[in-house]
Design a protein around this ligand. Structure first.
Ligand SMILES: [Fe+2]
Ligand SMILES: [Fe+2]
Ligand SMILES: [Fe+2]
Length: 398
């Protein structure tokens, strides 16, 4: 909804199409840095520090991904108040004027209650925005919005769920070619977003990606398949974006209800990846990682004949990584334990015999590759958060 409102506001402000497109794109991902934070960000008002923190996190996440890096100041500043003209910097970084449109669109969006008739709400939304003219939003933007709000169709399109359609017509869709390095960078970027949610799983995706590639190479898969399987490893838990951090970070065993919630994550991995063209195989391999050969896995309950070798590799890499890495409630397991658990899973017709044999036949190498990838990722995680903390400190002292 923020993207949709931003589009209308940029038109009302006569912002040139290329800039409007960037603002809309920024609006679509504006809370990227808040995916790891709990529901308090859904609230109408929240602490200014928290708001800038998720802006900072989001801007750093996109900064590492070239196709989106030019949007970083928009993500950083999307909660910045106008402060009668003084609101143009965060932590010493200049925030573009038009970013205030994004801020306004965001605040309008949180006021809309979709369970009530939308036209009954317009008056109070407009009044609230007008009250904040000068303090939170630039007065000329508030004036344009006030005029725009008279246009019923803008509100009725929200109620009728036409926002996606309007957005597609308004900005079209830009495709980023997903091949080779671009594809891997995209996957690393997404894995960074997934892992940024939880300090305990911060390195899991890169462990699974590296073990999957290693096993695929050892099993003499085609080099293109090896590239894709690495990407599938990075993305296998993307559906965890739909699982509450309170469950992801629980430092103890999950109860039954929490498990049910957790079990839905591969469904969402499929749901997300199925929208990306060219990702059909990656989607299939990644979203099957909790299926078992006997059909007792979840959530699709497919059986042996529907599980490709690549899907079986990701499943083994996931278990291998989960067992050997440190978890919130236990240290990584040793070789004897890991081998016994994996062998039991083969005996119970859960995991593929050949893939497990490949992983265990050279245990040292498999584990070293996993641990090096996770150590690299951990170092990045530490420096990333040190940078965020530093920026936050600069902001607090200003
Ligand atoms: Fe936000
Ligand atoms: Fe998973
Ligand atoms: Fe996983």
């Amino acid at each position: 909804m923020v993207g949709y409102l931003t589009l209308h506001l940029t038109r009302a402000m006569r912002i040139p199409p290329h800039e409007s497109r960037d603002l809309v794109l920024a609006a679509l991902i504006h809370d990227l840095g808040a995916v790891g934070v709990d529901e308090r960000f859904q609230m109408l008002e929240f602490e200014e520090q928290d708001a800038h923190f998720h802006g900072l996190l989001g801007s750093h996440l996109v900064a590492s991904y070239p196709p989106l890096s030019h949007l970083q100041t928009y993500l950083l500043g999307h909660h910045l108040d106008w402060q009668h003209g003084k609101g143009n910097r965060i932590a010493g970084i200049w925030i573009p004027y038009n970013c205030h449109l994004l801020h306004m669109a965001d605040r309008i969006a949180v006021m809309i209650d979709r369970s009530r008739p939308i036209l009954d709400q317009v008056e109070s939304i407009v009044a609230t925005i007008q009250d904040a003219s000068g303090s939170r939003f630039p007065p000329d933007m508030v004036d344009r919005f006030t005029r725009l709000a008279d246009n019923e169709v803008i509100w009725l399109d929200i109620a009728a769920n036409k926002m996606d359609q309007v957005l597609k017509q308004g900005v079209g869709s830009k495709t980023i070619p997903m091949t080779g390095e671009n594809l891997t960078r995209f996957a690393q970027f997404i894995a960074g977003v997934i892992d940024s949610r939880s300090p305990f799983t911060a390195t899991h995706s890169s462990g699974v990606a590296s073990v999957s590639r290693h096993l695929a190479e050892k099993m003499a898969r085609d080099p293109i398949v090896c590239d894709k399987i690495e990407v599938a490893g990075y993305l296998h838990d993307i559906g965890k974006l739909a699982v509450s951090p309170a469950i992801l970070d629980k430092p103890a065993k999950l109860d039954e209800a929490e498990w049910r919630h957790m079990h839905s994550h591969t469904y969402y991995t499929h749901e997300i990846l199925s929208h990306l063209s060219g990702f059909e195989e990656i989607d299939n391999w990644a979203s099957m990682h909790h299926e078992t050969l006997d059909g007792g896995g979840y959530p699709f309950h497919v059986t042996e004949d529907q599980l490709s070798l690549e899907a079986r590799i990701i499943a083994v890499a996931d278990v291998f990584t989960a067992l050997t890495e440190e978890r919130p409630y236990r240290a990584g397991l040793d070789q004897t334990h890991v081998s016994r658990i994996l062998r039991d899973m083969v005996a119970n017709n859960h995991l593929d015999d050949q893939v497990v044999t490949t992983a265990l036949s050279d245990y040292e190498t498999t584990n070293r590759i996993r641990s090096m990838a996770q150590m690299r990722e951990h170092r990045d995680w530490i420096s990333f958060h040190a940078l965020i903390d530093e920026r936050r400190r600069v902001h607090q002292t200003q």
